[in-house]
Design a binder for this molecule. Structure first.
Ligand code: APR
Length: 239
């Protein structure tokens, strides 16, 4: 049984909670140009459009709830900590709060969070749950220079040092609900392999880096994630 598990999640884990993915048919990038709503240049050019895009997605969070896949990861984390004296590092590309609402306590949001805002004048970061606009002011410095605390294309993702440290002590890497098309997240499976860490992909269909995984299961996350975790724990209890 593994002691230190690293899990990477993408939009696919939240799909069954009702949140759209990016690259599936009808996904977010089918309806918006990345350069318009997910780049620093797009924000400078048309901040209203960018605020509208993220306000829509932030408002959606009121209408969705975690699914069985999110809850199964909470169970695995508890089992690893209590039963094994180990732990689970949860890395997500998602900007929703479904992992936290399921009970995951330490989530590394490498692409940021919809429910936070960042001041471009003083770099303060604070919770933000309502619509955000150009007229809103920073609670720390009073400037009206707030942006969603989201990592846009061309910007450096968050928590890279913590991610490297977690990978260095991992004995199992599980990727859930991601197309494997955006780096550095998509490169973690290769890092795991060079470190000799066992790799598992749980996804609706084979991802772009499917061939790098030791084991893969296809199906909806709310079905295959609980099943995989139940089987992993059952094997451990037999051992
Ligand atoms: N269960 C499991 N997997 C699913 C489900 C589901 N119900 N529905 C879709 N998927 C899978 C798809 O097969 C696809 O491989 O989830 C993946 C979603 O891929 P993307 O839409 O590309 O989302 P993601 O991989 O999270 O994107 C990575 O790209 O645009 C950036 O910042 C954005 O964080 C995002 C990053």
């Amino acid at each position: 049984m593994p002691r230190h598990v690293v899990v990477l999640t993408g939009a696919g884990i939240s799909a069954e909670s009702g949140l759209g993915t990016f690259r599936d048919a009808g996904g977010l990038w089918a309806n918006h140009r990345i350069e318009d709503v997910a780049t620093p240049e797009g924000f400078i050019k048309n901040p209203q459009l960018v605020h509208y895009f993220y306000n829509q997605r932030r408002a959606e969070l009121q209408r969705v709830a975690p699914n069985a896949a999110h809850h199964a990861l909470v169970d695995l984390e508890a089992e690893l900590e209590v039963g094994m004296g180990g732990g689970l590092t949860l890395i997500t590309q998602n900007v929703d709060d479904l992992h936290e609402r399921a009970g995951s306590r330490s989530v590394l949001h490498m692409h940021g969070e919809l429910l936070k805002a960042r001041c471009e004048a003083c770099a303060a970061v604070f919770p933000w749950h309502r619509d955000l606009g150009s007229e809103d002011v920073c609670i720390a410095c009073g400037h009206s220079s707030l942006r969603p605390r989201i990592v846009w294309f061309g910007e450096v993702p968050f928590h890279l040092d913590a991610i490297d440290a977690a990978m260095a002590r991992a004995d199992l890497f599980i990727s859930i609900g991601t197309s494997g098309s955006v780096y550095p997240a998509a490169g973690l499976v290769r890092l795991a392999r060079t470190l000799g860490v066992r790799t598992v992909e749980l996804n609706l269909e084979p991802s772009e880096n499917h061939d790098f995984f030791d084991e893969s299961h296809q199906g909806p996350a709310a079905t295959i994630v609980p099943a995989f975790i139940a089987d992993l724990l059952a094997r451990y209890k037999k051992a």
